[in-house]
Each structure stands twice: as C-alpha cells, then as structure tokens.
Design a protein around this ligand. Structure first.
Ligand SMILES: [Zn+2]
Ligand SMILES: [Zn+2]
Length: 241
C-alpha cells in the first residue's frame, strides 16, 4: 500500500516510521524548510546584510546542507557543562581565551572525551569546518542550487517555504496529516495486518487523545499494576493467608 503522504520539503514518501515529524520525512527537512522561510524573510527586510545575521545564516546553511543539525546535541546538561569547564580551566582549548561554548568534537556523544571548551569565534570556526567536511558531491550541489532557487524565487516554490502564510497553514496541514495517519493505522488494525513498534505507539497516542479523564486514569492505574507485576513478580504473586 502506497501512502498518499509525502514530505512537504522533498516529496520523499513519509512512512509511519518517520511520521514523528508529521509534515516532513526527517528533522533535516523540517530544518531546511524553516531556513528557507527565514532566508526569504531576511532577504525581504534587508536583515541579510547585517553581519550577525549573515554569520548565523552561514552556520545554519552549512548544517542544513550537511543533512541537518542534531538538536539534542546542542543541549548539554548543567552537570556535564560544569565538568567540561572545570577540566579545561575555563579556557578555550583552541586559543586559550575565555571559553564560553561546549563543542562536540565528533558526532553528538556527550562523553567528556568528546567535549571541549571553546570561545565563541573558535566554536563557530570548528562547527563550520566539521560541516564542510561533507564532500561537495553532485547530490549536495543539486541540493544547494535548489535551495538558492527556493530562497530567491519571487513566489514561494513550496508551501513550507512560504514565509508569509506558513503560520496560518501548518496547523491545518498537521491535522490533515494526523487524520491520514490515523486512517492508515485503523486500516491495518481492521485488516489484522501486523503493526510496527512505531505504528503501535502512534495508535496508543491516538487512543489516549480520544479518551476521557476517567478512562485515562483507569488505564494508567492498570498500566502501573501491570508494570509492578512484571517488575516484582514475587510480591505480586504473594497471597496473604
Ligand atoms: Zn523530506
Ligand atoms: Zn578560542
């Protein structure tokens, strides 16, 4: 069964497994669409010529071209942050100046060995360097040409690149997509076709939303009981004489 359901940003088919993003096939596509809208706005109001904005755009663009920036990687728990600052004596590991940013050396691992303290300029430099490591292959060239075309086009080429009307559109699109997803899962259940883990989770979400407060509480209680029986089988089996 083919889903009549494609990514707003790239027309790639969206499966129930990637439906977490609802409107897009991936976090990368969601970020790319967001950047298209942002660039179109900045071009229109002239902010694109401000050095700060230009720098921020350059970094986000490099990230998007490299397939997106892992969002979790940016969030470092305070404990880990403090440990990195202490280990590096508050100094930028690249230039020795006062350090302010925690840099992931490779990938998004939060292990101390993968983190280092840097100052803002050194952090930007390293982030950029890490991203342009992606080879400028044909696919990437096409992607960046397309991107430029989308930003420069008089009329937005895609609904998700429409900087003026997007905020009014996305809610409607989201509920359309959610209805479509619900229909697909229901179809599977009716035809007794096996569901993937993702599909089951989505189905649970749907049921949860359609329940009353009492029904939810009842289910939560039953779930807690089942968990308890699983985790403490001996205590659960104990029958007072
Ligand atoms: Zn996509
Ligand atoms: Zn530095």
């Amino acid at each position: 069964m083919t889903l009549p359901y494609v990514c707003l940003n790239c027309d790639e088919e969206v499966t129930l497994d990637t439906a977490a993003y609802k409107l897009y096939c991936s976090e990368g596509c969601s970020q790319e669409a967001e950047l298209v809208r942002y660039l179109r706005r900045c071009t229109k109001d002239g902010r694109i010529h401000e050095p700060d904005v230009a720098k921020a755009i350059q970094i986000r663009l490099a990230a998007v071209m490299a397939g997106g920036y892992p969002k979790q990687a940016r969030c470092i728990p305070p404990k880990i942050r403090a440990a990195v600052i202490a280990r590096d004596n508050g100094q930028c590991r690249a230039c020795g100046g006062p350090g302010t940013e925690i840099h992931h050396i490779n990938g998004s691992s939060q292990a101390l060995g993968n983190l280092q303290l840097l100052c803002d300029p050194c952090h930007n430099k390293k982030t950029m360097a890490g991203m342009v490591m992606v080879h400028p292959d044909e696919k990437l060239q096409i992607k960046s040409l397309l991107f430029r075309a989308r930003v420069g086009a008089e009329q937005p080429m895609r609904i998700c690149g429409d900087e003026e009307n997007w905020s009014g559109q996305w809610r409607r699109l989201m509920s359309e997509r959610e209805d479509e997803l619900a229909r697909l899962v229901e179809d599977k259940i009716k035809n007794r076709r096996p569901m993937t883990k993702q599909e089951k989770r989505y189905w649970d979400q749907l049921c949860w939303r359609s329940m009353s407060k009492e029904e939810r509480e009842e289910l939560e209680e039953a779930q807690a009981e089942a968990d308890w029986e699983r985790d403490y089988p001996e205590e659960a089996a104990y029958q007072p004489a």
